[in-house]
Design a protein around this ligand. Structure first.
Ligand code: T3D
Length: 263
């Protein structure tokens, strides 16, 4: 337990909870550092095979803590510094993490908070949750990968509407638009998210990491390049003990016992 981020180990899952509920879990520098440390620990620990990210209280995350952004007249901030120091490394870390990351959006996800959720692998949202690209309301652009994730997930027309109007998008519409995986009744969110993370933690972890890599590369690759990448990554997946175990278990008509190890 740290000041702003709670970490619980449940079997092979690290449950990481953003924990500044009085600020709707908005990010200050301490929370950035503590979240980075929690994710680094989850990545480094071999027993951790899935991560579940959620928020304490009624919100998932309200993005940057704006009370740290009150300036004297004439003072000009350099926001690119915090993006470079904190938000970009966080998004890169979530995408590159060689373990599945489930996000349980328990309430409003605004600004960078919305896009941090979209950077996770599988996003479940409570029926009452909302996604808000709040940036336009304060003269900013969607950051934390928002300008990349939104068009990819919902197409350019909806991406522009969300980014330029900054209107709340309800969880159900978010799922209908393909922004997230699934909507869950509020009271069932954590049970379902925990079950999903526990399921993923028992899967072939290295194979899932290679799947993440392949899917992320697809947005910039031609079909030819992607086919070559699939060849290489499948070669690697085929050398893992989990592939051998998966085939053996299938042939023996039993449940597989995956270790998650690379070759
Ligand atoms: O700066 C950089 O480094 C660049 C990076 C930027 C990344 C970003 O994320 S920019 C976008 C920042 N976030 C926002 O603009 C969202 C601001 N918040 C809201 O629009 C609303 O609070 C919500 C839509 C998220 C929720 O609305 P509602 O009505 O449910 O709650 P509320 O009453 O507005 O907020 C409850 C409390 O949380 C309130 O405090 P109080 O009055 O009870 O003491 C409010 O001030 C506080 N709060 C909410 N969001 C933030 C916040 N405090 C600081 N920073 C926040 N982002």
């Amino acid at each position: 337990m740290t000041e702003t981020v709670r970490v619980e180990r449940r079997g092979g899952v690290h449950v990481i909870t953003l924990n500044r509920p009085e600020k709707l879990n908005a990010f200050n520098e301490v929370m950035h550092r503590e979240l980075a440390a929690a994710l680094a620990a989850a990545e480094a620990e071999p027993d951790c095979r899935a991560i579940l990210l959620t928020g304490a209280g009624r919100a998932f995350c309200a993005g940057q803590d704006l009370s740290d952004r009150v300036f004297e007249p004439g003072q000009v901030p350099d926001l690119s510094r915090t993006i470079e120091t904190f938000y970009n490394p966080l998004i890169r870390r979530l995408r590159a993490l060689p373990k599945p990351v489930v996000c349980a959006v328990n309430g409003v996800a605004a600004g960078a908070g919305a896009n941090i959720a979209l950077a996770c692998d599988i996003v479940l949202a409570a029926r009452s949750a909302k996604f808000i690209q709040a940036f336009a309301k304060i003269g900013l652009i969607p950051d934390s990968g928002g300008t990349w994730f939104l068009p990819q997930l919902v197409g350019p027309a909806r991406a522009r509407g969300l980014a330029m109007l900054a209107e709340p998008l309800g969880a159900e519409q978010a799922a209908n638009w393909g922004l997230i995986w699934k909507v869950v009744d509020d009271e069932n969110l954590l049970t379902e998210a925990n079950a999903l993370a526990a399921h993923l933690a028992a899967q072939p972890t290295h194979g899932l990491a290679l799947t993440k890599r392949a899917l992320d590369a697809a947005s910039v690759n031609s079909l030819d390049q992607q086919l070559d990448l699939e060849r290489d990554l499948q070669g690697e997946a085929g050398r893992t003990p989990d592939y051998a175990e998966g085939v053996k278990a299938f042939m023996e008509k039993r449940a597989p016992n995956f270790t998650g190890r690379a070759a």
